[in-house]
Design a protein around this ligand. Structure first.
Ligand SMILES: [Zn+2]
Length: 430
């Protein structure tokens, strides 16, 4: 879209080089954070381009895209059309810039046609929007402002997908970008999707998804244009959208100009990969904005990881080794803990999974402090105190595997020995 073309020019780069560099940065961040994915989709891929053209042609043929003229306001930063109501002192609330007045011949998408249908699906919960306050926000938008037809193409934009029936026009950035959710699954744009048996891209086996996760600044387009496109293409809507907030630093958005950006790679240097993953997940009840800072991270890291988990593992393993106590721990997953974690994840609350586990660890810590096994002589008595705590640690580590994989693996290995030995500290104090 126009935004990429303009930014690339600012940096004196060709758009393709510019987007290659950005994609590489994202891929490096996932790799550094030990996050895997099945597929990294780029909308500059050839099969995506062809599928978008096929899909838009389908929508054009059925009359959902028509020739028109757009006159109104457009924020390049948001890549979204704005109504007066969206602006604060005439400026975009997110970007603080005055949106440009657009007036040009273009193709329009008949968004208004789908207003009633989508609103009904949102209200009935067939198309869930979570958390609840985001659902309320979107319903209010539908009821107060409603859906107006929108420009779906622009003239003379060098970076974008040309409309197949009018190559002087390129597809509106979202018209192109949304479809990556389908092309990433192998969809070729045909409708209905050609079955694999007939040489097509398959019946979109993984569509619709149980949830699409996204941040709050792109909620509105995902709750309006995206479902309308799916309805136009006669494809099912995702079962749910889960909307997450921003990580703020001292209640402010991170920005280069404020100089308050906390970079993941700097966090990894300070806290390690698992430490960073822990701190980011625990930063806020998932869905809300989180207020983060280096001070808060340092405190939380020392309290929960250097003390907390790290200290408990060290204390228990040290006492077991010193007294040469053989434990017999169960290697089975703890059903009660597992069920609780499963429920928290079903509610989109990974932070709760961790806080629940840390309650278990805290109890172990308190028990040791009360019973003072280091003052005991009788090995059986020491074992009676330590074995249940060692079991709790092992149980917690099994659930931690999905969250802090390297740490969990170390603990599981350590606590699966007959005689548990002390190992190097997990999280050095800061
Ligand atoms: Zn904006």
């Amino acid at each position: 879209g126009a935004k990429v073309a303009a930014k690339a020019k600012e940096e004196g780069k060709e758009p393709q080089q510019f987007v290659n560099e950005i994609a590489a940065k994202y891929q490096a961040a996932w790799q550094n954070l030990n996050i895997n994915y099945d597929r990294f989709v780029r909308t500059s891929e050839e099969n995506h381009l062809k599928a978008v053209q096929t899909a838009l042609q389908y929508m054009y043929n059925k009359g959902d895209i028509y020739q028109g003229r757009y006159e109104g306001l457009y924020c390049r930063g948001c890549e979204q059309f704005k109504s007066e109501r969206d602006l604060i002192d005439g400026k975009c609330a997110d970007h603080g810039t005055v949106p440009e007045k657009m007036s040009e011949d273009c193709y329009m998408f008949k968004l208004s046609k789908y207003q009633k249908k989508i609103l009904a699906k949102i209200k009935s919960g067939e198309f869930k929007i979570l958390p609840q306050e985001k659902k309320n926000e979107i319903i209010a938008f539908y009821e107060k402002e409603g859906l107006n037809d929108i420009a779906f193409s622009r003239k003379n934009v060098s970076w974008g997908i040309p409309l197949p029936w009018d190559k002087a026009q390129t597809a509106y950035v979202w018209a192109d970008a949304f479809l990556n959710y389908l092309t990433g699954l192998g969809w070729d744009g045909s409708n209905p999707p050609t079955p694999l048996s007939k040489g097509g891209a398959g019946g979109l086996k993984f569509w619709p998804p149980s949830v699409q996760l996204m941040s709050k600044d792109i909620l509105r387009v995902h709750a309006t244009i995206w479902p309308a496109m799916l309805l136009s293409l006669e494809l099912p809507l995702p079962q749910a959208l889960f909307i997450h907030g921003f990580l703020l630093v001292d209640s402010k958005k991170m920005s280069k100009s404020l100089g308050n950006v906390i970079k993941p790679e700097e966090m990894i240097k300070r806290y390690g990969v698992d430490g960073t993953r822990y701190l980011l997940i625990r930063a806020t009840p998932f869905g809300n904005d989180g207020d983060i800072s280096w001070n808060k991270f340092d405190e939380k890291y020392n309290a929960d990881l250097a003390n907390g988990l790290g200290n408990l593992v060290a204390r228990v393993s040290n006492l077991l080794e010193k007294n040469q106590i053989a434990t017999d721990l169960s290697g089975e997953i703890n059903k009660k803990l597992n069920k609780k974690a499963g429920q928290a994840l079903a509610d989109f609350r990974p932070d709760l999974v961790l806080s629940d586990l840390w309650l278990v660890l805290k109890k172990g810590d308190e028990k040791i402090s009360q019973e003072k096994p280091w003052q005991m002589e009788d090995k059986n008595k020491i074992k009676k105190v330590l074995q249940p705590i060692a079991q709790d640690i092992l149980d917690a580590a099994k659930i931690l595997e999905a969250f802090l994989p390297q740490t969990a693996e170390k603990i599981i290995k350590q606590f699966s020995q007959k005689i548990i030995k002390k190992e190097a500290g997990l999280f050095p104090r800061i």
